[in-house]
Ligand binder design. Structure first.
Ligand code: COA
Length: 120
């Protein structure tokens, strides 16, 4: 069964020296995501630690949280979403590509992936 909606149960707006981040926690222990907005890079919102508890995977929660990040970044007029993915996780790279991300950089361990979410 794919659930269409999960409750946002906690939302923190954190102010750091480098910028701000928003932490969103969904359901009760279902999933977690942090979206970072950095002062030095106002055109990019960075997705950190998108994670769904193993029991709840493959039911659309990951997709849902990714869409929430995209909506929030768009609401803040930030045109690019970015994240890092382990290069060994080929299925995950494909998962992000199916959602409009492109590989835009790499180091020995990770790909940098980017999605343009606003017309610029
Ligand atoms: C990545 C993650 C957040 C996805 O969450 P999820 O709720 O399972 O994802 P969804 O249910 O929205 O989507 C499932 C999709 O992934 C695919 N998928 C899931 N696990 C897979 C696997 N092990 N191998 C291949 N495909 C897989 C499904 O086929 C489905 O694809 P589709 O929606 O394009 O048809 C989750 O697997 C996770 O928390 N992983 C560990 C932490 C992590 O690696 N986070 C990413 C950091 S960049």
């Amino acid at each position: 069964m794919e659930l269409k909606h999960i409750d946002l149960i906690d939302y923190h707006h954190n102010q750091w020296w480098w910028g701000e981040s928003i932490t969103m926690i969904y359901g009760i222990s279902i999933g977690f995501v942090e979206l970072q907005f950095c002062n030095d890079m106002p055109n990019i919102a960075f997705i950190k630690a998108l994670s769904v508890q193993p029991f709840y995977r493959q039911r659309g929660f990951g997709r849902y949280m990714l869409a929430a990040c995209e909506e929030l970044a768009r609401y803040n007029d930030v045109p690019f979403l970015q994240l890092n993915v382990d290069r060994n996780e080929e299925w995950l790279v494909n998962w992000y590509q199916r959602r409009g991300f492109f590989i835009t950089g790499k180091d020995d361990h990770e790909y940098r992936m980017t999605k343009c979410i606003l017309k610029i």
